[in-house]
Ligand binder design. Structure first.
Ligand SMILES: Nc1ncnc2c1ncn2[C@@H]1O[C@H](COP(=O)(O)OP(=O)(O)OP(=O)(O)O)[C@@H](O)[C@H]1O
Length: 602
């Protein structure tokens, strides 16, 4: 039979929707809050520089106009020298103030970007597992990198330039009116045209830049996933399909950029065209006014210089406006993350835990990840201090979910989880997590040396303490054999280490952290018997004297557990020690015999 396969998209990034909100002053005001710390020094300095340079730029053409009408027309050499000196001094002052303005605005912008990035990263670190369940690592990455970078232009140049340009515009209009109110009125006819252009194009441009950002975010999400899953892709020879998907994303991104830049490109020529209309009015009407003696030649020249300066701030304001539109999209996305609350909040009056005994109770616990399906359904379970308890059950039966609740990665939907009688929701998270350690199947190795990787368990530990921990779990032998021993550099996923070695490393890390409660997600990857024995030994050292919760996949390793809890569909169906459960001939018995049958066949 050849089933007709509906073609489904292999990768779906549903969270990357366009966030389309109208221009929002309160959002901008919130962004500007980040400038507040600099309002006492950098911002006033930058504004002072702007004022000085704007004043110099405003008065220089007036001086030129006066020089023509009074010194040049009357052929007064002495007066001309004075005018020229004053004009030269103004240009030098403008240059100096501009240099300082650029330096200070850059510093201001970079400081704000730095703070925003710090704040965002700090916030993301506090968010709960539920947040990370719903988003790809790539889309989170985009917000810390791209979205913040796109604010860079606005914050470094944009804001202060806006002040400068508005001052310049108002100043020029005042100067023009002083020189000739009639000519000014004629030229300002084009202003409404400018306004219309910016309003009409504004929505269009903003939408298209949001679209670009969304496409980029999808590319990054996909890249991240592809690189992480490269081994699987290669082993299933899915490179071609992967490539064609990537090509599509890349093309979409390309098209979105094209579309957005085309729309943005329309803006400037429109501004320039209105500039040309202004100049035409100046030439025709201005020369007429000179002819009828309503305007001096000096005033006309001054006018021409001002008009030349007039369109520059307008078109720059248009650019800033574009930056603002782009920044709006990014700001919305950044604040969307910053507004995300941890789904496991810490109470304001959360208690400190102090040294604990290690009794863990789950009381009437019901839990659902998505509010629909129950992952746990009425769990009553107690782990006594120092006990070794194994959780067994088919895949999806709820073992990891129990552990997730004990670490308070999630809160139960109903019921409560307690440690030494304290509800986890009343405790300080840091306190709780320093007493509970989880050793995952897949050991995460950070890039750095072996020494640093073990020290992750307790950053204050000395080299000797790190080595002692490694020795205690039997990791010392393989570390000594590495090229640089404890100083050997390992990469993010610890590629130079075998599965068994990685596991020993994480045991050492956990032993160093010295928690009262250890959760061990037993690795499913098969390892050779010798390593298996080493790991068994290491486990004994690691678990001694602590409350231990084992997620067991190989049932042979949990025979000596004090209690074995068998789960099915989120419920406990039986519990007891190995002998009791074998005698019952229930589900545990079935699991054990099934596993032995597999081993025999193998
Ligand atoms: N992040 C999640 N979001 C939504 N549902 C989830 C999530 N994690 C697990 N589930 C669902 O919750 C149920 C219990 O999963 P859990 O991970 O606790 O099982 P498990 O017994 O640990 O399985 P395994 O042995 O395969 O690790 C499953 O039906 C699973 O599909």
């Amino acid at each position: 039979m050849t089933p007709s396969k509906p073609r489904r998209e292999r990768f779906q990034y549903s969270n990357e929707m366009v966030i389309d909100k109208p221009f929002n002053w309160s959002l901008m005001a919130r962004l500007f809050q980040y400038i507040k710390p600099y309002t006492t020094r950098l911002l006033p300095l930058a504004i002072l520089a702007v004022l000085v340079s704007t004043a110099a730029r405003l008065f220089a053409p007036l001086m030129i106009s006066l020089a023509i009408d009074h010194a040049l027309v009357n052929k007064d050499g002495q007066l001309l020298t004075i005018f020229v000196s004053v004009i030269a001094a103004m240009y030098i002052l403008n240059w100096l103030a501009n240099t300082l303005r650029i330096r200070w605005t850059q510093q201001l912008g970079q400081s704000v970007i730095y703070d925003l990035r710090q704040h965002l990263f700090q916030h993301i670190q506090r968010l709960s597992h539920r947040f990370f369940d719903q988003r790809s690592a790539g889309s989170i990455l985009v917000r810390i990198t791209n979205d913040i970078n796109s604010l860079q232009e606005l914050l470094t140049n944009g804001i202060v330039n806006v002040i400068m340009d508005i001052l310049l515009l108002v100043g020029i209009i005042v100067m023009l009116t002083v020189l000739s109110p009639n000519l000014t009125a004629a030229i300002l006819v084009v202003l409404p045209l400018m306004f219309l252009i910016s309003v009409k194009l504004r929505r269009l441009i903003r939408r298209s830049w949001q679209n670009v950002r969304m496409k980029q975010s999808i590319i990054n999400s996909h890249l991240n996933e592809s690189i992480q899953g490269m081994r699987v892709t290669q082993s299933f020879t899915q490179e071609k399909e992967n490539m064609s998907f990537f090509t599509r994303l890349n093309q979409d991104n390309f098209d979105a950029w094209n579309d957005a830049s085309k729309k943005s490109a329309v803006f400037r020529p429109f501004v320039e065209m209105t500039g040309a209309i202004g100049t035409a009015i100046l030439i025709v009407y201005g020369s007429y006014l000179v002819r009828v003696d309503a305007l001096t030649v000096g005033a006309l020249v001054g006018f021409a210089i001002y008009i030349g300066n007039f369109w520059e701030p307008i078109s720059r304001l248009g650019q800033v406006y574009n930056q603002l539109l782009m920044a709006m999209a990014s700001t919305e996305r950044i604040f969307e993350f910053l507004d995300e609350k941890p789904s496991v909040p810490e109470k304001n009056d959360a208690q400190s835990l102090g040294q604990i005994q290690g009794r863990v109770e789950l009381d009437g616990v019901v839990f659902s990840y998505d509010g629909k399906r129950r992952a746990l359904d009425g769990i009553e379970l107690t782990f006594q201090p120092g006990q070794k308890v194994a959780l067994v059950g088919h895949t999806g039966s709820g073992k990891t979910s129990i552990v997730n609740l004990i670490c308070r990665f999630y809160d139960p939907t109903a019921g409560s989880v307690r440690i030494d009688g304290h509800d986890l929701r009343d405790l300080k998270l840091d306190d709780l997590r320093s007493q509970v350690s989880i050793v995952l199947q897949e050991t995460f190795i950070f890039s750095g040396t072996i020494m640093e990787n073990i020290r992750f368990g307790r950053p204050a530990a000395t080299d000797e303490e790190v080595k002692a921990a490694a020795e205690a779990v039997g990791a010392n032998a393989f570390i000594q054999r590495l090229p640089k021993g404890y100083d050997t550099e390992v990469e993010e996923r610890g590629n130079i280490l075998s599965t068994g070695e990685r596991q020993l490393l994480s045991f050492a890390r956990t032993l160093l952290a010295d928690p009262r409660i250890i959760i061990l997600d037993e690795a499913t990857a098969s390892i050779d018997t010798e390593t298996e024995l080493k790991i068994q030994e290491a486990m004994k050292t690691l678990l001694a004297g602590r409350t231990a919760i084992l997620i067991a996949h190989r049932l042979s390793t949990i025979r000596d557990a004090d209690n074995i809890v068998v789960l099915e569909n989120g419920r406990i169906i039986e519990q007891g020690d190995h002998h009791q459960l074998m005698e019952r001939r229930g589900e545990y018995h079935n699991l054990v015999t099934a596993q032995f049958r597999v081993l025999d066949v193998g």
